[in-house]
Design a protein around this ligand. Sequence first.
Ligand SMILES: Cc1cc2nc3c(=O)[nH]c(=O)nc-3n(C[C@H](O)[C@H](O)[C@H](O)COP(=O)(O)O)c2cc1C
Length: 374
Amino acid sequence: MATLATTVDGLKLPNPFVIGSGPPGTNLNVITKAFQEGWGAVIAKTISLDASKVINVTPRYAKLHSAEGEVIGWENIELISDRPFKLWMDEFKKCKDQFPDRVLIASIMEEYKKDAWIEIVEKCQDAGVDGFELNFSCPHGLPERKMGAAMGESPEILCEVVSWVMSAAKKPVWAKMTPNITHIEDPSRAALKHGATGISAINTIRSVMGVNLDTLRPEPCVEGYTTPGGYSSRCVKPIALRMVMEIAQVIRKEFPGRSLSAIGGVETGNDAAEFILLGADTVQVCTGVMKFGYEHVKPMCDQLLAFMEKHKFEKLSDFKGKSLDYFTTHADLVKRQAERKAAQKAATAAKTVKNDAEWRGDDFVKQSQSLASS
Ligand SMILES: Cc1cc2nc3c(=O)[nH]c(=O)nc-3n(C[C@H](O)[C@H](O)[C@H](O)COP(=O)(O)O)c2cc1C
């Protein structure tokens, strides 16, 4: 009987479906709902020590619809949590009292100051969280304070911050990467080299959702203006798959044993299967929860189990990274294709009867056809 239960960095999860940092993990009320519905783990909305600097605007989302009206793309200009740090610590404690066996991960972000990073890690640890995700990847708002993606885009800064965190952390630490960079392997490698337990990828892709052709104003429009935001949902999955594959190759070759949490457009069990085949240990879902609700974890688990049963996989590790071997260079694809065509030509030539002694009973029809002109 196949099982979705898995242990990642010592954390025991009933299934690999994790609530990604964002609105679905934004207070105790919704985190409770996530655990009740059976999510494998929750990564809370990103917090910082001083929430008073976080001021959100409305509207802060804009959606892209398919011709059939389905939401396929989602841009947000939402900041990290605007709720007081002290309140969060109380809620983390209450959450762990209520769900001692479930995995609660704090997503944290601070300015480029050693003391601040160490303080936030220690306080969250005291509140009982099971692990950390370092948000090095928010594409809007925070980079102006040298936070979020401003750190993730600079492997040098990232090395320093990860070292600070690792000096204080007693729990697993996942570094969350921005996709808004040419080679996502570089900051991933830097974080792993400085001790991060694992990598999460991807955060949202910097985007402009569109321009209103009546008002000529870009969306989402706040007082007539906008700012580039972060793109998520189904449309980003191919980019996320590519980046997860690239990080998985780095982990496999240079950091065996480190973990990988895949994020980006996951909405189904089959999406999860694809990310796991490319090397992920867990998959995170953020926009999917905003579209379908917390109950959606059940059909996702069912579909992932059905995939495993079809292929006779009993546990996630039976197929983790199994499709990574099928990536190669374009030049190698050309070589493989030329070899296959040459082999085919040789086989056809071998089947052609050159004299009556070569007729064979088992290939008789094919040999007859090879001698026909039409
Ligand atoms: C409205 C919204 C708010 C988000 N806030 C955060 C955040 O506070 N911290 C963070 O690390 N990622 C945040 N994200 C990014 C998600 O965690 C995730 O990396 C991204 O949306 C891609 O996954 P998805 O397609 O499943 O949404 C947010 C995403 C959305 C849509």
